[in-house]
Write a protein that binds this ligand. Structure first.
Ligand code: NI
Length: 169
């Protein structure tokens, strides 16, 4: 099932999500639906709050479906190591049509549980490192906009308010 993506302005995006505690069939279905929803929206990462579900769960595939091994499930992720600095344009499915350069760590190690509840660690660089940070931020109720200058953030929020007024958000 493809879920609609929740957009900036919905409070679910700005509250910390609750831990995943049951690694059952229902969770596996949710994970499948999240991958399907992410691919349909042409994203490389999707966090459960972005489909209105306040759970500490995210899916990532920075290979755009090219490499089946690139499909990652992060349940209850924690960032355990960061290294270096890297600035690249960043966007978010919940803030469509905006992209801004964001400085992030270049190399990131995440610790998380997979769909079966087994803990693992994974280190990613550049786009994957960025996805780990971006999705973990989502689960803490934080959007990439919070990494921009106040000036830039306000400008984007103003544009979004205008779009919302026009019924286009
Ligand atoms: Ni996002």
């Amino acid at each position: 099932m493809i879920y609609p993506i929740v957009k900036f302005g919905n409070p679910v995006l700005e509250k910390p999500a609750l831990p995943v505690t049951e690694f059952d069939q229902e969770l596996k279905q949710l994970i499948e639906d999240m991958f399907e929803s992410m691919y349909a929206a042409r994203g490389v990462g999707l966090a459960a709050p972005q489909i209105g579900i306040s759970k500490r769960l995210a899916v990532i595939d920075v290979s755009f479906q090219e490499d089946p091994d690139a499909k990652l499930v992060l349940a209850n992720p924690e960032i355990i190591h960061t290294e270096g600095r890297h600035t690249q344009p960043e966007g978010c499915l919940s803030v469509p049509d905006f992209r801004e350069p964001v400085a992030r760590a270049r190399k990131v190690t995440v610790r998380a549980q997979n769909a079966a509840g087994r803990w693992f660690e994974k280190t990613g660089e550049e786009l994957l490192a960025r996805a780990f940070l971006h999705e973990t931020d989502h689960l803490n109720g934080k959007l990439y906009l919070s990494h921009l200058s106040a000036l830039k953030r306000d400008l984007i929020k103003r544009k979004i308010r205008k779009l919302a007024k026009a019924g286009e958000w």
